[in-house]
Design a protein around this ligand. Sequence first.
Ligand code: E4P
Length: 218
Amino acid sequence: MKFFIDTANLAQIQEAQDLGILDGVTTNPSLIAREGIKGNVNIKQHYIDICNIVDGDVSAEVIATDFKGIIKEGEELAKLHPQIVVKVPMIKEGIKAVKYFYNKGIKTNCTLVFSASQALLAAKAGATYVSPFIGRLDDIGESGIDLVAQICHIYELHGFETQVLAASIRSQKHIIQCAAVGADVVTTPLAPILELLKHDLTDEGLAKFLEDHAKNNS
Ligand code: E4P
């Protein structure tokens, strides 16, 4: 399973990259806004800066919601850097654009996916990645993980090549659940990645080892 970080914060991307476990980055307009980056030129430069930190795919989202606008923005984004993946919303015009980009050899991430039917369409259109939003489904009392499992099952059954990119991750538990149901990728903020490291018995065990070493060498 690949690990993507879901942020536009360069320091956090660098921290995850330095851990040696990072396979890519996802961003969205809210994450870009959170960093205070404004204007097309600055936003595009920020995507290039991200690509220069990581080795893998970097999702950059279009703002347009009409076919022509999505194509124009997506082609501009794809030209920025070979690692850019064009992130397209799951809407009618978006699906048409995903198919267009597929035919042009441009990678896409179909985002804001909340049902298996949407995921089926994304795969049919040739999306490189499909992003079911786990946390936001949990928030409305549904099971995000069940949806990821269902999409993985359908894709496996029919041999779709679209990769299931589990998004809207809130905890290390989500990451483990995604791994258990066969997600191809998780995209997560830095905190749940760091939570994966943690176990009280590790901390207690290490403290004891260091204490015993100090006794023997004093
Ligand atoms: C996916 O690519 C999105 O950027 C992201 O995972 C959304 O997560 P949120 O629900 O925490 O905003």
